[in-house]
Design a protein. Structure first.
Length: 246
């Protein structure tokens, strides 16, 4: 099944807005783990045990701001409507992923020594929300990554199919499937952390196991959206215009 036909020339601005949103999501995804790693190499800082732990550092604003931006872009993303025979469109998958990203940002994990919620009844003073369990944070993160994996594995390759619905093995197809597989693999790799004993869990945290799994999944998501937004073509076009005007 192929994607709907390209809009008429009069709708070029709409096409460009789709491309811009896809690229923005990809760049934000690349930015977040790279920014956290760069922060970690500066004197007086360190690589945290997980991406979520940066909420309690000076990079907390960057973390919540980037996640919120990703969430808003995904919720506002005007993807394709559900095609006949489809159980869920990329439009709604993106919206669910966006809502989950916002939940991840607004429901941070608790951390011993950094009380987030105070008073009786327990009220979170930062966001004004009632106290929540860490389960909500992890559940939102799971929904976020699962939706992104489905977009890469199921929805994005739609445009790479021929008129008879057969998948064409293009470079874009390979990137979509590889990215989606990487996201799912990292989700599976994280599961043992929650099932293991305290000693093993401490060793995994000391080696930043969660951070690397989460970062790989985020970069895979970013790569998929940059490919969908044809970021390389845009970059080459920009460089060509700059070179031509030099």
């Amino acid at each position: 099944m192929s994607e709907p036909a390209a809009p008429a020339p009069s709708d070029n601005s709409l096409v460009l807005s789709y491309v811009a949103v896809r690229q923005a999501l990809g760049y934000l995804g690349c930015f977040l783990p790279l920014a956290l790693m760069i922060h970690a190499i500066h004197p007086g800082h360190r690589l945290e045990a997980s991406v979520s732990d940066y909420y309690y550092t000076s990079m907390g604003g960057v973390l919540t701001g980037t996640l919120s931006a990703i969430g808003i872009f995904l919720v506002a993303y005007c993807g394709y409507e559900r095609a006949p025979g489809e159980w869920l469109s990329d439009k709604w998958l993106a919206r669910i992923a966006g809502a989950a990203a916002l939940a991840v940002a607004l429901l941070p994990i608790s951390r011993k020594g950094y009380p987030l919620c105070i008073g009786e009844p327990r009220v979170c003073w930062i966001f004004g929300a009632t106290a929540h369990a860490d389960f909500l944070h992890y559940a939102a993160a799971s929904v976020f990554f699962l939706c992104l994996a489905l977009l890469s594995l199921v929805q994005f390759p739609r445009g790479e199919r021929d008129s008879e619905g057969r998948l064409r093995w293009t470079g874009r197809t390979f990137i979509f499937l590889l990215s989606g597989t990487a996201i799912l693999a990292m989700m599976v790799a994280i599961v043992p952390y929650f099932l293991t004993g305290a000693a093993t869990k401490a060793a995994l945290l000391a080696n930043h196991y969660l951070f690397w799994c989460e970062s790989i999944a985020i970069i895979a998501f970013a790569t998929s959206w940059l490919t969908k937004g044809r970021a390389l073509r845009t970059l080459m076009g920009t460089m060509g215009r700059i070179g031509g005007g030099a």
